[in-house]
Design a protein around this ligand. Structure first.
Ligand code: NAD
Length: 487
């Protein structure tokens, strides 16, 4: 079987290379995190399929690059429309595949997928320019030229959303693409490939190779004909990719993990703070940006904790297809066991687990209860390592200096949430925080014009607006003399 049925549509389980479906001799079983049901046998790519895809992308590059942003934009805008026309199918299949909420996919995520494509197509047409400036009469003319084949490697926690943050600017810049989706969530990329075909994206411009990181992923990032590697995933994988990229000096963009702080100051609106804190369980805690370390001023800690507990008790865990569900299952048994391992080790060390701390046995399967660890030791694993599950830690501080020291005292620097009622106070704090994105009295507001990325071990580079094109394109300066002209 090379297709599976979701929402009345056929989803192909093979690679998409040069506009054609290509099968591998070997496959792997893909199951749904919701109930463990078998979804389909997915083609398991390796070096051979990667070579085919990179060759196709290389062959298609010249034509796509030569088209220019306007003509490419017409095709990409059609692609964005097709995503919008197929939101229901995309939402259902993504939920089946990764267990995130169907309502979020329908109303938030898939519309954003369309936006990711549309935004960068329009940006390339309207906003990608630099004012010409003179140096002793010579003009500096800056342009963003297509760079070649981009290797895009993505995780499972928001598969198509994260993939299109990369696909959008890469295609709009005139590059061609080989996407390697996460092995646990292959379906939305496959269906998206069909939409690229329908939109008129020329064969070879967009390719998908399915398979495992150590096989398809490793072959892709080591390929010598890759112009850019854009990777979203974990720190250990990033280190492996960086080593492979070093051999060819391939530029990399890395969006990695986090252990972000959520700071609640003594002047904060504690109802807002509690709401924002409970939001950190969204997507069953499988969000790189989650503020998993809640740091509260000691004078308001008890009141905040009571408000948090009241709200957290209302979290509905269950089938992500149910409109009333707030959080669904973890992605996979392997990941579930990893999360449980973190919590079990914390328990063994005597951590004070005041909520959850165990699988939800009523639901069975891959459901882990929202968990809160109170006042863990500062150097304990549960506070320092990224769990990537519904596990939050709560610690207290007594001064701003201590809060900043705790907030910045991590190898990560992806995001931070600050809850304070006084602007000058919040300004002082945000200035000192080390993070790619800081949200003040809010969470998850993301504008594609803004830079996005991580400090320290949370990433290399920034994407969004011009930052994306600075990475995906070859930025060129042509200096033209006022002399030597015959016409
Ligand atoms: P992962 O690093 O295990 O895998 C990510 C991708 O890399 C997958 O497609 C995988 O197949 C591939 N891969 C694995 N080994 C590879 C190799 N040797 N060569 C090439 N590719 C390889 O990460 P994950 O478990 O899928 O995702 C969770 C991680 O992603 C967390 O750390 C999370 O914080 C991070 N993340 C970061 C962001 C961000 O924007 N900063 C967003 C989402 C997730």
């Amino acid at each position: 079987m090379t297709t599976i049925q979701v929402a009345g549509e056929s989803i192909d389980t093979r690679h998409y290379i040069n506009g054609q479906r290509v099968a591998s001799a070997e496959t792997y079983a893909n199951t749904s995190p919701i109930d463990g049901s078998f979804l389909g046998d997915i083609s398991r790519g390796g070096e051979h399929e990667v070579n085919l895809a990179v060759a196709a992308a290389n062959a298609a590059f010249k034509g796509w690059a030569a088209m220019g942003p306007k003509k490419r934009g017409e095709i990409l805008l059609r692609l964005a429309e097709l995503v919008e026309e197929n939101i229901e199918t995309l939402a259902q299949l993504e939920t089946m595949d990764n267990g995130s909420l169907l309502r979020s996919h329908r109303r938030g995520v898939m519309p954003r997928v369309a936006m990711n494509i549309r935004f960068f197509a329009e940006w390339a047409i309207n906003d990608l320019h630099h004012e010409v400036f003179e140096t002793r009469g010579h003009t500096n003319n800056i342009s963003w030229d297509p760079s070649g084949v981009c290797a895009l490697i993505t995780p499972w926690n928001a598969p198509l959303m994260l993939a299109t943050w990369k696909i959008g600017p890469a295609l709009a810049a005139g590059d061609t693409v080989v996407l390697k989706p996460a092995e646990w969530t292959p379906l939305s990329a496959s269906y998206f490939a069909d939409l690229t075909k329908q939109a008129g994206v020329p064969d070879g411009v967009f390719n998908v190779v399915q398979g495992f990181g150590k096989e398809a992923g490793a072959a892709l990032v080591a390929h010598k004909n890759i112009a850019r590697i854009s990777f979203t995933g974990s720190v250990p994988t990033a280190k492996t990719i960086a080593r492979a990229a070093a051999d060819n000096l391939t530029p990399v963009s890395f969006e990695l993990g986090g252990k972000s702080p959520l700071l609640v100051f003594e002047d904060a609106d504690l109802n807002l703070a509690a709401e924002l804190a409970v939001e950190q369980y969204d997507n069953a805690g499988q969000v790189c940006l989650s503020g998993t370390r809640i740091l509260v001023h000691e004078s308001v800690a008890d009141e905040f904790a009571a408000k948090f507990a009241e709200r957290a008790a209302k979290i509905q865990q269950g089938d992500p297809r149910d409109e009333n569900t707030d959080i669904g299952p973890q992605i996979h048994q392997v990941h579930f066991d990893r999360i449980k391992g973190f919590v079990d080790r914390a328990k063994a060390e005597g951590a004070n687990i005041v909520m959850g701390g165990e699988p939800n046995t009523e639901l069975g399967g891959l459901f882990f209860k929202p968990t809160l660890v109170k006042n863990p030791a500062a150097d304990s694993e549960i506070v320092t390592a990224e769990v990537f599950g519904p596990v939050l830690c709560m610690q207290t501080f007594s001064t701003d200096e201590q809060a900043l020291e705790m907030a910045n005292g991590t190898e990560f620097g992806l995001a931070a949430v600050v809850v304070s009622g006084k602007r000058a106070h919040a300004d002082r704090i945000t200035k000192e925080l080390v993070a790619g994105t800081i949200w003040v009295n809010c969470f998850f507001v993301r504008d594609l014009r803004a830079p996005f990325g991580g400090s320290k071990k949370s990433g290399i580079g920034r994407e969004g607006g011009n930052w994306s094109f600075d990475f995906y394109a070859d930025v060129k300066n042509t200096v033209v003399s006022p002399n030597g002209w015959k016409e």
